[in-house]
Design a protein around this ligand. Structure first.
Ligand SMILES: NC(=O)c1ccc[n+]([C@@H]2O[C@H](COP(=O)([O-])OP(=O)(O)OC[C@H]3O[C@@H](n4cnc5c(N)ncnc54)[C@H](OP(=O)(O)O)[C@@H]3O)[C@@H](O)[C@H]2O)c1
Length: 335
């Protein structure tokens, strides 16, 4: 066991994209634990678009990460040493553990001990069987709530949340159209994931492709992106449509807030119901929902893909993969 704990600390707030100067690498001794604490050796760190918002000065649903503080992130570590009954040595623990090689959990900074089922990779609990799956389920099942035969559109459909949300809509009997960047991702959506159509938003005729893929209009928009893509979807919403406002990733690196959607007035004309939501409010349902999703995976109805980056030192560059579309499915860093 190394006696150094490498950590990435927030050095400065980026104005646009995350740059090498955004974080500084700090090397500190591995913390000594006291009574009531357990030491985790980190195994996986989840990279999420929301991480970018946490380092802005403006608070979101969590306070901003402070300058000099370890970068906040969800991760999974294994208990290396324990002086706290709830965290037995060898157990896997998930929590807001940060960009560091070792983390300490306690009553003040808790994590939760995770199940370890044979045949289920640990990283799955950061994605489809973790917060991404719960986000997809709440947004699609509860908010979008497509009825059989309705048309559902999912943006960032080849990503962690979008790929699960789109498949849930298929399982619910909807006609599902995914929006993603590039022919390869679109082929995955209509191939392995079984969506009815996929639209490449990078194609010059994106709006025409979307119209062709949604001849009966759109009943549910699972919105992950915002900007031009959301505008094109809003223009095609049907009467009594629903928008599950999950994310607006196209604006997260923007220096100025993006302009409002031109087609916003269509929400009035169509009596659309739009609901924003944050998965943290729904964490009490994680067990119930991950059981449902694991069941669909076991039945071969829900497919999962992950993009795994090797090496702690890759964290500051790997996070930009989310904004470059370089990930398919869940993006994690393995330590
Ligand atoms: N409400 C909540 O509680 C909650 C929880 C988790 C996530 N979210 C939101 O859900 C969305 C997806 O998150 P995720 O974790 O599943 O990430 P992800 O979809 O796995 O990764 C982000 C994807 O977004 C697409 N993208 C990035 N910039 C884009 C742009 N300017 N225009 C169009 N597409 C762009 C890229 O795919 P392409 O190659 O297709 O461009 C990229 O792969 C995000 O908006 C996130 O903030 C919300």
């Amino acid at each position: 066991m190394s006696n150094t704990n490498r950590r990435f600390l927030l050095r400065e707030r980026p104005t646009g994209r995350i740059e090498p100067s955004t974080f500084e690498l700090s090397e500190e001794p591995v913390p000594e634990i006291g009574d009531g604490e357990a030491l985790l050796r980190m195994e996986y760190i989840s990279l999420d678009p929301t991480n970018r918002m946490w380092i802005n000065e403006t608070p979101t649903y969590l306070p901003p990460v402070a300058i000099g503080e370890v970068m906040r992130a969800v991760g999974i570590g294994r208990v290396d040493a324990s002086r706290q009954e709830g965290y037995p040595e060898g157990a896997l623990v998930q929590g807001l553990l940060g960009w560091q090689e070792y983390a300490v959990v306690s009553d003040a900074m808790p994590g939760f001990v995770m199940p370890e089922a044979e045949g289920i990779p640990v990283s799955t609990y950061l994605g489809v069987l973790g917060q991404n799956g719960l986000t997809a389920y709440v947004g699609m099942h509860d908010i979008g709530a497509p009825k059989e035969g309705e048309t559902v559109v999912v943006s960032a459909a080849a990503g962690a949340v979008g790929s699960v949300a789109a498949q849930i809509a298929k399982i619910m009997g909807a006609r599902v159209v995914g929006i993603a960047g590039g022919p390869e991702k679109c082929a995955w959506l209509t191939g392995e994931l079984g969506l009815d159509a996929a639209v490449d938003y990078k194609a010059p005729d994106f709006r025409a492709q979307l119209a062709a893929a949604t001849p009966d209009g759109i009943d549910v928009d699972f919105e992950n992106v915002g900007g031009e893509i959301m505008d094109a979807v809003f223009a095609r919403l049907n009467v009594h449509s629903r928008v599950a406002l999950c994310g607006l990733i196209s604006g997260y690196n923007a220096e100025e807030p993006p302009p409002g959607p031109r087609a916003f007035g269509n929400l009035l004309i169509q009596r659309t119901k739009l609901q924003g939501y944050i998965v943290l409010d729904h964490f009490h349902r994680i067990g119930e929902v991950s059981e449902i999703l694991a069941g669909w995976m076991a039945e071969g109805r829900l497919h999962n893909r992950e993009t795994v980056v090797e090496g702690f030192e890759q964290l500051p560059t790997a996070i930009n993969m989310l904004f470059d579309g370089a990930n398919t499915g869940k993006l994690v860093v393995r330590l």
